[in-house]
Design a protein around this ligand. Structure first.
Ligand code: GDP
Length: 296
């Protein structure tokens, strides 16, 4: 286990005792440690560079107050900047539209889309008192449709049937029609994923977006994906106007640096964190707490 950023910076500042400011001469060494910590947390390199540049600007000339030393003061600056970068924006689901509010789930296969769809259904039923319908537009994997049916039941929501011989576009229209007729507040649409980004998949989900006009388009991304999360995020951002991110598998042992990368690349707020395989394993994303985890 690598030592924490605070440990490393404290070791470093032992050599600069008596310096009451963060200056050009001491900041370079300290920023090198910050950079290492972020890379170890799997934040992508270009994102690290941008972040370090912002921190440097904010840190230089920062007065070190009270009992803090420059290292502790810098950790404070980094923590604050990390939390601000990851935490801006509204964190709950936006439902301010004529019902049914449609939520489109996007992401690679295995990211946790189907699980998150059911977790969100449960969240919206319990916390927002909504009547929720789910549907799967994944016509390539019959097992995925069945999986959504099972987890939707567990969530206490209703499931709209679809079959692999239908077109995703037709499934979308039928589901929205059903939702309207039966006064559902929310329609959650699970979509097909691929193991890697694929042009046909992107065209299909763009078409679904145009048909459904969702109020929320959530990008579901596996926190364990680390550096690769950047490329996935880029591709989905180019294909769709993302309104939020769900970072899954934060119960794993990754330091969750993907949060910073994905937030920076998509510009969309991280709304939720997946913290277990279970149906209630969804939390509203807490940027402050996550900043502490990324820093180790
Ligand atoms: P999809 O292909 O994107 O629909 O992904 P699934 O919803 O099928 O999830 C893929 C795997 O990840 C399943 O085994 C899920 O149980 C698991 N999973 C999803 N979210 C989480 C999470 O937050 N934590 C953990 N530990 N596992 C998760």
């Amino acid at each position: 286990m690598a030592s924490t950023l605070s440990d490393r910076l404290s070791r470093l500042v032992k050599t600069m005792r008596g310096q009451a400011r963060i200056t050009d001469s001491n900041v370079a060494d300290m920023l090198r440690e910050v950079r290492m910590a972020l890379l170890e947390a799997d934040v992508a390199l270009p994102v690290v560079r941008d972040f370090i540049a912002r921190v440097k600007e904010k840190a230089l000339g920062t007065e070190v107050v009270g009992s803090l030393n420059p290292g502790q003061a810098l950790v404070g600056v980094v923590h604050k900047e990390l939390a601000a970068t990851m935490g801006e924006g509204v964190s709950d689901i936006n439902l301010a539209t004529q019902p049914p509010a449609v939520i489109l789930m996007a992401g690679l296969q295995g990211a946790g889309k189907t699980t998150t769809t059911a977790k969100l259904a449960k969240h919206l039923i319990e916390k927002r008192k909504k009547k929720v319908l789910t549907v799967s537009a994944d016509v390539y994997r019959p097992a995925a449709i069945e999986q959504l049916k099972t987890v939707t039941r567990q969530a206490g929501a209703e499931w709209f049937p679809s079959t692999p011989d239908q077109k995703p576009h037709d499934i979308a229209l039928a589901a929205i029609d059903h939702a309207r007729r039966h006064y559902f507040d929310v329609l959650l649409v699970d979509t097909a994923g691929r193991l890697a980004i694929d042009e046909a998949l992107m065209a299909e989900i763009r078409d679904l977006h145009a048909t459904l006009k969702p109020i929320e388009t959530l990008f579901v991304v596996d926190a364990m994906q680390g550096q690769d999360a950047v490329n996935t995020a880029k591709a989905f951002k180019e294909a769709l106007p993302l309104t939020g991110i769900v970072l899954t598998k934060l119960d794993g042992d990754s330091r969750g640096g993907a949060a910073l990368s994905v937030r920076q690349i998509t510009g969309a707020p991280i709304k939720f964190a997946g913290v277990s395989e279970k149906i209630d394993g969804l939390e509203v994303f807490d940027a402050e707490r996550h900043a502490g985890r990324v820093l180790g």
